[in-house]
Write a protein that binds this ligand. Structure first.
Ligand code: HEC
Ligand code: HEC
Ligand code: HEC
Ligand code: HEC
Ligand code: HEC
Ligand code: HEC
Ligand code: HEC
Ligand code: HEC
Ligand code: HEC
Length: 420
């Protein structure tokens, strides 16, 4: 009797145990206690769940516990937050926290073999990383540029690191004079950048090849570029100006004096569309910043400008000539097409400025002026033709008129002779 009672108790307990285990297994397979519980919570305890739905880590099958540790199979908060649970990292330890995966090549290769794993190493070389090491937690850490629970790949237009969101991402700190108080750097970079030819290309023309903050400063190595690296940065996208500059007399002189190549004349954040006025010896000319009026470079600057102005003027006159001919109905599409060739030469001449060589620029201008002369001749011929046609028309009209009068008189004479 006792034995059978015991047996019943044992089998009931076994069933109960199996049932518990079974029910636990179903929870395991279908739910994640971190998400289930946090989605019932409020504010900063709920926010991660909502934001995480779009997160790139979620898309690759990672979840809360991959970053925070803990056991998502346990419903009970104390069991879920077991010894492996890592609480919220301090700002100063975030780089290490993210890099626990991102610097681990074996781990990252399982997901994406082509993703770089050097972000942390490079970060430590940046001004941000250097200062963080010294205990300054106001500098940017990974989450300041990428976000926390809504991290997106840089190719996603809503990502904080997508080109046209970057000025805002950096500007959140760098344009905030209150936040940046106590540092010795200006807070105007974003405002200046927004006026630049680069920002115009990016935001107005939607040209994603135009540089934003990270193209000149690096993604993870943000430092003010040194004299040599600035040139490297600009050369990458403006190889032709860069090449000419490197072969110009300025190259050696600038290197020796540690003048920054492109920046000296174009600036850095507020690069404006260049104009011919930057050349020569006028008020807005950059050349007079360094060259005295009695120096040879000053004379050269002045000659280059004269030549350029002359060429521009000739193209302009040819344009006016063709317009006049066109208005008078003469076909001028051929010389018009030739004139675009002269305009191409003009673009080349402006680029050739960076050789700072009068001989080279003169040579190019002569080439262009030959074209303009041909166009001008064609334009004049067209105008002559128009004139010729006009006189022809007048003669013909007068002739027809005289004929009409003669016929009229003749008819009158006949009707007088033979009245009806
Ligand atoms: C049964 C509910 C519940 C479960 C399950 C749960 N949490 Fe929480 N979590 C909370 C509450 C409540 C807080 C608020 C702080 C506290 O009481 O510890 C919190 C706080 C946190 C915090 C921030 C503050 C801190 O204490 O470090 C993190 C991070 C966190 N949970 C992650 C997780 C992860 C990861 C899991 C899954 C492994 C998880 N939670 C499972 C309820 C839960
Ligand atoms: C890619 C790693 C990562 C993942 C995945 C992740 N977290 Fe976090 N979480 C962090 C970091 C880093 C912080 C600290 C952010 C900070 O201090 O700015 C944090 C902070 C938190 C906080 C504290 C929020 C606060 O404002 O105090 C909670 C709660 C939290 N996480 C819950 C979750 C939950 C729930 C999930 C899953 C839906 C999750 N986390 C997924 C990295 C992660
Ligand atoms: C548990 C490991 C792990 C942790 C911790 C982690 N990540 Fe990731 N992260 C990944 C994996 C895996 C991917 C997906 C690989 C991919 O995007 O190709 C990824 C993708 C990313 C991407 C997108 C890369 C791209 O362009 O494709 C960014 C950005 C990113 N993580 C930033 C962070 C930041 C910031 C932190 C710290 C708050 C962090 N990660 C913490 C594993 C992790
Ligand atoms: C100052 C801002 C900033 C900080 C700080 C920062 N990142 Fe990035 N991160 C970027 C930008 C900008 C990109 C790239 C955008 C692009 O590809 O055009 C990027 C790209 C990435 C990528 C994609 C792969 C790659 O290298 O291009 C990963 C992964 C990543 N960051 C992780 C991290 C981690 C981990 C940290 C912290 C150690 C971190 N980032 C700190 C701005 C930052
Ligand atoms: C969380 C705020 C924060 C964000 C976001 C941030 N920075 Fe910084 N940055 C700082 C602080 C603080 C310093 C230290 C200032 C100093 O060097 O005196 C700094 C320093 C720098 C420096 C060095 C300046 C110098 O001359 O010493 C550069 C360059 C820089 N940041 C570029 C960037 C770029 C580019 C981005 C965006 C991709 C960015 N920062 C995002 C806070 C931030
Ligand atoms: C076309 C390249 C370029 C772009 C784009 C650019 N910078 Fe710079 N930045 C520079 C150069 C060059 C310097 C060095 C100035 C010097 O030392 O003469 C610099 C210097 C800085 C400094 C150091 C302090 C200072 O003003 O001299 C900070 C901070 C900075 N930039 C932030 C930014 C931010 C934020 C953005 C985006 C809104 C940005 N930069 C966009 C080229 C660029
Ligand atoms: C990531 C590529 C990139 C980098 C780096 C870059 N630029 Fe540009 N730059 C562009 C693009 C794209 C345009 C716009 C062309 C257009 O739409 O007319 C442009 C336009 C310009 C213009 C105006 C050209 C014109 O004909 O109106 C100047 C001047 C200029 N950049 C100078 C610089 C200098 C100086 C640097 C270095 C401090 C630099 N750029 C770095 C891509 C770049
Ligand atoms: C000594 C002054 C000076 C320096 C240094 C300089 N430029 Fe220029 N740049 C000019 C002038 C002047 C013009 C305008 C020419 C014109 O429109 O008549 C110009 C025009 C330009 C243009 C538009 C015309 C073109 O070339 O397509 C670009 C792009 C440009 N510069 C890029 C650069 C880059 C990149 C560097 C560095 C390698 C650089 N510049 C260095 C003076 C300079
Ligand atoms: C940032 C200063 C700076 C600017 C701006 C500048 N130069 Fe120079 N330039 C120099 C230096 C330094 C030298 C070498 C010493 C010398 O010959 O005066 C030099 C040399 C030259 C030379 C070579 C002279 C020779 O004897 O071979 C020419 C030509 C020249 N510059 C033309 C120009 C023109 C044109 C401009 C305007 C577009 C200009 N420079 C703008 C600093 C500058």
């Amino acid at each position: 009797m006792n034995a059978s009672k015991n047996r019943t108790i044992i089998s009931f307990s076994l069933i109960a145990l199996l049932a518990t285990l079974f029910s636990h297994r179903t929870l395991n397979a279908q739910t994640n206690s971190c998400v289930e519980c946090h989605k019932e919570l409020e504010e900063e305890l709920l926010a991660p769940v909502d934001a995480f739905k779009l997160d790139i880590h979620q898309q690759f099958g990672l979840s809360c516990s991959d970053c925070h540790g803990g056991n998502p199979a346990e419903e009970d908060i104390d069991l879920a937050k077991d010894k492996s649970f890592k609480s919220v990292p301090k700002r100063s330890s975030i780089p290490e926290f993210c890099a626990s995966c991102h610097a681990d090549s074996t781990y990252m290769r399982q997901y994406n073999p082509s993703l770089r794993i050097d972000q942390l190493d490079i970060y430590w070389t940046s001004e941000h990383g250097q200062l963080l090491k010294k205990g300054d937690a106001k500098v940017a850490v990974c989450t300041d540029c990428h976000g926390v629970h809504g991290i997106l790949s840089a190719t996603h237009p809503k990502s904080w690191t997508f080109p046209w969101n970057i000025p805002q991402t950096c500007g959140r700190c760098h344009s905030n004079s209150e936040y940046m108080e106590g540092y010795k750097i200006p807070t105007i970079q974003m405002d200046e950048y927004k006026e630049s030819v680069h920002a115009h290309a990016l935001f107005e023309k939607k040209d994603l090849s135009a540089p934003v903050c990270n193209d000149c400063h690096g993604n993870h190595g943000a430092v003010p570029p040194k004299v040599t690296s600035i040139a490297y940065v600009c050369h990458q996208c403006h190889p032709s100006a860069g090449e000419l500059f490197s072969q110009s007399p300025h190259k050696k002189a600038f290197d020796e004096l540690e003048i920054s190549e492109c920046e000296a004349c174009h600036g850095n954040h507020r690069i404006l569309p260049p104009t011919d006025e930057m050349l020569g010896t006028g008020e807005k000319a950059v050349c007079i910043q360094c060259h005295e009026s009695d120096s040879k470079p000053y004379q050269i600057a002045s000659r280059i400008k004269e030549k350029l102005d002359g060429f521009v003027e000739k193209i302009h006159s040819a344009e006016i000539l063709l317009e006049r001919a066109d208005r008078q109905g003469v076909e001028v599409s051929e010389p018009e097409f030739r004139l675009t060739e002269a305009n191409t030469v003009l673009i080349m001449v402006r680029n050739l400025t960076h050789s700072f060589s009068l001989a080279e620029i003169e040579g190019k201008i002569e080439e262009g002026e030959k074209v303009v002369i041909e166009v001008t001749e064609a334009g004049e011929a067209a105008l002559n033709e128009a004139k010729f046609r006009k006189t022809g028309l007048i003669i013909a009209t007068v002739f027809i008129l005289l004929l009409a009068i003669a016929i009229f008189l003749k008819i009158k004479q006949i009707t007088k002779k033979y009245p009806a």
